[in-house]
Design a protein around this ligand. Structure first.
Ligand SMILES: [Zn+2]
Length: 126
């Protein structure tokens, strides 16, 4: 005999339990879809703004990839135009001995995705 589900209500039949669970899952899926739609909407707005900033400052922000974020580059362009200086942070490959100096603005996490030539991720060192 199968054990009863831990969250079944007193006097609730297994059939009603299954119906209640199916409705809960459907509601969660709907909520998840709305979150994804909302995320897609604002990502599209951020990309539009980044492209406008790039045009306005006549700068190249690149295409989105796992190692390049046009939105971050557009923010960097604004910070440079405002006269801010980036901090140089030394990164080391998590796999080989490769090291890079990377200019990072204060608004960015030092753990930004930077990839070594060997394909491993670079981590900041002090
Ligand atoms: Zn490496």
């Amino acid at each position: 005999m199968q054990p009863m589900p831990a969250d079944i209500k007193v006097n609730e039949s297994l059939q009603n339990y299954a119906i209640r669970k199916a409705r809960e899952v459907a509601a969660l899926e709907q909520e998840n879809k709305q979150l994804i739609d909302n995320c897609d909407h604002w990502e599209s707005k951020a990309t539009e703004l980044a492209n406008d900033v790039a045009t306005f400052f006549n700068t190249n922000i690149g295409e989105h990839s796992n190692v390049n974020c046009p939105v971050e580059n557009a923010i960097d362009a604004v910070h440079m135009r405002m006269g801010q200086k980036p901090e140089t942070i030394k990164y080391q490959c998590s796999k080989c001995t490769e090291q890079y100096d990377v200019d990072v603005f204060a608004h960015k996490s030092p753990n930004i995705g930077i990839e070594c030539q060997c394909g491993a991720s670079m981590v900041p060192i002090n």
